[in-house]
Design a protein around this ligand. Structure first.
Ligand code: FMN
Length: 355
């Protein structure tokens, strides 16, 4: 079905590079330009803070998403097993990594399915690339969903990564119409996500009119897929594409800017991700209008340090403290919280007609 013999090495290399190298954007996620106004008298107790949130018909205990990462290798099986258990323990949604490897080799299905095996009730989001759906979109989407018994499907957009990747020649001409065909016929909600370069208001409008149920902006400021491909290109002695990748290391719409663009454009729920690293980032994103906030690399790093639970506890405690300090008892009340936007983000919003 797919001509992609390198996919098995690639999935393993991605994990290794993200763990071994600093592949973060060298620009921040721009949430540093969002200043929440401190409230000295919150008028409730910290134990009154309610972090539950409704998203696509389900209620979660925290507005946190374990974002798409892996599958397709034995290592990925172990990672997905641990992440699935975490999702169950904390009642949070989880997305698996691209299932393309298992479409090519059916023997790899177990490395994704393990999430539902360890957590039958969890809200699992399946995952496939925009470029991987253009031939037989509906059949591919249905297979991806049924493969893991997914509750929603995420279609990822990664034109930046594909454009700087040694073995790839991105072809995006039929992606939007394929997304539309899938939205028209799939019986679970479709989420479209970026992979770290952000979604603009123009793209958000196209996606909403194609019928997607939610958008995950995945903006610039966290894992840079151009940076990851720099290291993969060097492994293949492809000096030319390594240099091109370096040039695009910081390419993209910073997370805070992308989030403001998208929430001000669409009426569907928006997920913030891309460089979210702590509970203050989570709460700032919710104040700006995100419904859920996703993290990818931080969960991977915590897994390898044997600190998944500690990491999750740290973030949920930070979320509660930040909600308390802005005087918001619930996730909905965060939408009423006062904030100030400064610096480059203010300039961006002004020029894009957002303030
Ligand atoms: C090791 C790794 C593998 C990833 N694989 C996928 C993938 O298969 N599908 C996808 O949609 N996004 C994938 N992503 C992208 C993330 O879901 C996310 O959009 C991006 O990394 C930005 O978030 P972060 O800064 O928290 O890592 C991957 C991220 C990491 C770190």
């Amino acid at each position: 079905m797919y001509d992609d013999p390198d996919i098995f090495d690639r999935k393993f290399e991605h994990i290794k590079i993200v763990l071994d190298k600093n592949v973060d954007y060298k620009i921040g996620n721009w949430l540093e330009y969002v200043h929440l106004i401190h409230v000295s008298i919150p008028e409730f107790d910290i134990d009154d803070v309610d972090t539950t949130v409704d998203f696509l018909g389900r209620r979660f205990s925290y507005p946190i998403l374990i974002d798409s990462m892996t599958g397709g290798t034995e290592k990925a099986y172990k990672i997905n097993e641990a992440l699935g258990r975490l999702a169950g323990e904390y009642n949070i949604p989880i997305s698996c990594g691209s299932q393309k490897a298992a479409l090519i080799d059916n023997n790899l299905v177990y490395t994704y399915r393990v999430i539902k095996d360890v957590c039958p009730d969890c809200f699992l989001i399946g995952n496939i690339g925009g470029m991987d759906i253009v031939n037989n979109p509906v059949e591919v989407a249905q297979e991806v969903v049924s493969m893991v018994d997914a509750d929603a499907l995420a279609i990822h957009l990664n034109p930046l990564q594909e454009a700087v990747q040694h073995e790839s020649k991105p072809k995006y001409s039929s992606v939007l119409e394929s997304i539309r065909a899938i939205c028209d016929s799939l019986d679970v909600p479709v989420i479209v996500k970026e992979t770290g370069a952000g979604i603009s208001m123009g793209v958000a409008k196209l996606l909403e009119s194609a019928g997607v149920s939610a958008i995950n902006i995945s903006g610039a400021g966290g894992t840079s897929w151009s940076a990851v491909e720099v290291y993969r290109n060097l492994l293949r002695s492809d000096k030319l594409m390594a240099e091109v990748g370096k040039t695009f290391w910081n390419w993209g719409i910073p997370t805070a800017a992308s989030l403001i663009e998208v929430v001000s454009t669409v009426d569907i729920p928006v997920i913030a991700s891309g460089g979210i690293r702590n509970g203050i980032h989570v709460v700032k994103s919710l104040v700006l209008g995100a419904r859920l906030v996703g993290m990818a690399a931080p969960f991977l790093r915590a897994f390898y340090k044997g600190e998944l639970k500690f990491f999750m506890e740290r973030v949920v405690n930070e979320v509660k403290v930040a909600m308390f300090l802005v005087g918001a008892k619930s996730v909905d009340e965060l939408l009423e919280v006062n904030y100030v936007i400064t610096g480059d983000l203010f300039e961006w919003c002004k020029q894009r007609g957002l303030i």
